[in-house]
Design a protein. Structure first.
Length: 549
């Protein structure tokens, strides 16, 4: 049996192993002869969160939600509570965002592991079952655990909130208060996190209400605790909800929805996933009620499965398909694991179909997650930015500027320095018009040869706009519109450079050898050069401002 010191020893060993495991991919790359000081990027999400964390670390908290162009009038739809917290905790160190996130790689995953164990044990599972479920979660999500901010840090807050809720239902008033505070805070953190946490709260409330209606002789302690937590949560969430409402009234909001493939429909995004979780939900309901009197704590765990089913099919209620059910991956995987654990803990034949559906779902997740193995391989492509290590001191010495570069190097600049950039694909998530988004894109491709500027990079355009989902005639019309905008930019690039405040040009000569700065048709002054790169300043800024009007 895992009791006393043996139990804590096992937990300590697991946490230490996980912490080292999270660092192993970076350490392997750092030991390679090609490594020169720039931490390699192990997944795409880092390119989005590094600039946001960098803004917070440099004390620009108001810009953390939009850490790319540095324009206060451009607002992001996603809050930056976690990034701002990093800025408060680590801003005094002077570290770059990549260093902070590397340290957190060994902090947040072990904390999440412990939080999962705490939730499962409080929900009525044995220590062995809780440990098994938590280890399985870590193995299935090993790749995603190395992704910063979301879903790693935000899901930790979700698990803590859910743990506080079920603890509060047992009479711990302080836990209810803390759970409510976390519920409210999550509304400002991440849409996919707070919707799951609130769905869990709702499932608990409905379930406990049904049980109480069957036996009104007992005090509704659990219901009172949930109402208290919900009230506190709504009070804290109100400013975030008002902010979201204000953003939704922005005239560019429909264009942001278009770019992010948000459309009206009540059909499931994934019929297969919805089917699996329907089976799990039905099993949880009938299995839970069949054992309601003998194992009341397991109802709390069953609520995880019901909450997962609800958020996965939320479009049935509000009629909007978000096209991003993958952002619920952590909650969905955890719900699948809970469904299997329930089949062992709650001896009911009703749990068998749910366990089988979960096993198939998790097997698919494991197959998709095989890419995690590539993190421990040293791949040549991960060293393509190492030559840029010599430009970091140059950028550090220059006052904050807005720099034009290619799309990849722009993310490097925004994530590794205090500077802003002109364009990034991630601007699609900001309240920016399609016209401005396209103009910025056209400026980014302007130094390329005409043969590469014919907007033939369809894969990039598909990420900018959902052209792959359009009818051929609509797609042709959209591409023609982009060409017309780029033709305007080609006609007077100086005016557009000044319109968007570009003061410097960084030519990544190693990555884009075909660039020709003469195509920008503005006077440039070289201010720095190194191996495979050169930095240029836009000269005669005043005259260009006058031309831009």
């Amino acid at each position: 049996m895992l009791t006393g010191l043996r139990w804590y020893g096992v937990l300590g060993f697991c946490c230490l192993t996980l912490a080292l495991l999270m660092q192993a991919p970076q350490w392997r790359n750092m030991g390679d002869a090609r490594f020169r000081g720039v931490l390699v990027q192990l997944n795409a999400d880092e390119y989005y969160y590094l600039p946001r964390v960098m803004e917070a670390l440099r004390g620009r908290m108001s810009q953390a939600s939009e850490g790319l162009v540095g324009d206060p009038r451009i607002r992001s739809l996603q809050g930056a509570v976690i990034e701002q917290t990093y800025g408060i905790l680590f801003g005094w160190t002077g570290w770059r965002a990549a260093t902070v996130l590397q340290i957190l790689d060994s902090v947040e995953p072990p904390l999440l592991f412990l939080a999962l164990i705490a939730f499962l044990t409080i929900a009525g599972f044995s220590r062995v079952q809780a440990l098994t479920g938590s280890v399985l979660f870590v193995l299935l999500e090993l790749y995603s655990l190395n992704r910063p901010v979301h879903q790693r840090a935000s899901f930790l807050l979700v698990v803590l909130a859910c743990t506080c809720l079920i603890t509060g239902m047992r009479g711990q008033r302080r836990a209810s208060v803390l759970g409510g505070m976390l519920l409210g805070l999550l509304v400002g953190v991440y849409f996919w996190s707070y919707t799951f946490a609130w769905a869990f709260w709702l499932m608990l409330l409905l379930w406990e209400s049904c049980v109480w209606l069957q036996n009104r002789s007992r005090k509704p302690t659990a219901i009172s605790a949930l109402i208290l937590a919900g009230g506190i949560g709504m009070a804290i969430a109100l400013p975030f909800l008002l902010h979201t409402y204000v953003l939704s009234q922005d005239p560019f909001f429909p264009e942001v929805q278009f770019r992010n493939e948000v459309f009206k429909s009540r059909l499931p995004e994934s019929w297969l996933r919805s089917g699996f979780f329907l089976v799990m939900a039905v099993s949880a309901i009938f299995g839970g009620f069949s054992r309601a009197r003998n194992s009341p704590l397991h109802r709390n765990a069953a609520a995880v499965v019901l909450a997962a089913f609800l958020v996965l099919n939320q479009q049935i209620l509000h009629g909007t398909v978000l096209q991003f059910s993958s952002h619920y991956l952590f909650p969905l995987v955890f719900a699948g694991i809970v469904a299997i654990l329930l089949s062992f803990a709650v001896r009911s034949r009703w749990m068998i179909p749910g366990a089988l559906a979960s096993a198939i779902f998790l097997a698919g997740i494991a197959y998709d997650g095989r890419a995690a193995l590539s993190q421990w391989r040293v791949l040549p492509g991960r060293f393509e930015d190492q030559h840029l290590v010599t430009i970091l001191p140059v950028l550090d010495a220059i006052s904050r500027s807005r720099i034009l570069s290619d799309t990849h190097t722009s993310l490097f600049i925004a994530g590794q320095s205090h500077h802003d950039v002109l364009y990034s694909l991630y601007l699609k998530h900001t309240l920016m018009s399609n016209r401005e988004f396209t103009e910025r894109y056209c400026l980014m491709v302007l130094p390329l040869p005409v043969s590469r500027r014919e907007h033939g990079d369809l894969s990039h355009l598909q990420k900018m706009f959902p052209v792959s989902d359009m009818l051929p005639s609509e797609r042709s019309q959209k591409l023609q519109g982009i060409q017309e905008v780029c033709a305007e930019v080609d006609g007077d690039p100086g005016s557009f450079l000044m319109r968007y405040g570009a003061t410097h040009i960084l030519w990544n000569e190693q990555r884009e050898p075909e660039w020709d700065l003469k195509r920008l048709r503005v006077p440039l002054e070289k201010v720095g050069q190194g191996e495979g790169w050169s930095l240029w300043k836009v000269a005669n800024t005043l005259s260009l401002w006058e031309r831009a009007g």
